[in-house]
Design a protein around this ligand. Sequence first.
Ligand SMILES: [Zn+2]
Ligand SMILES: [Zn+2]
Length: 198
Amino acid sequence: MENSLTALEKVILKSKGVTDEMLVKFTELGITSKESFSVVGDAKTLSDITGLSPENASAIMEWAGVQSAAPTAGANVTTGPGGTVLSTDGQKIVVEDSSVIKCTHCDHKQPHDYTSGDLCPNCGKQAEPMTNCYWCYNVGSGKFCRSCGAEYVKNLDYEIAVLLKREGVSKREIARELAAMLDSEKETRLTQLRSGRY
Ligand SMILES: [Zn+2]
Ligand SMILES: [Zn+2]
């Protein structure tokens, strides 16, 4: 086992801001190989014990393949030398906000506690049109039923959709059949429905 850093390692460390005096200190501290940095543990500690700037220290830790502290959310506190607790500032946690609901009438963002059917605080209308599911009879918003996954149909087509279901048309086919159906055909269906033949 080497008892000092190799020439190459020294050159690399120097390129990252390490001076000759620091190299001597590294040896005193027992930092004699690239692997030694994993014993040091993190850039803050390295900077504390060697006098390196935090930037240089973290560049060295990165080169040595030592995970920087707190790379993930929820672990943004780390224990420093002497048991002090260091918070790693500047860690921005970006929350993917794909669940934002906008009012279909005025495009106003709905509050975080919004639930389907709420009225828009900006314009007072129902933020999303609510649709009855012809398949499972849940009420919901959007394009598909959140309960059974059926594709919603226009309100006008609702009764026919229920009829098609009764006729045994599959959940996936109903919206497609309706889209392909002529208005006259729909009227015939509705007349049949209302005449009580179904
Ligand atoms: Zn609105
Ligand atoms: Zn449904």
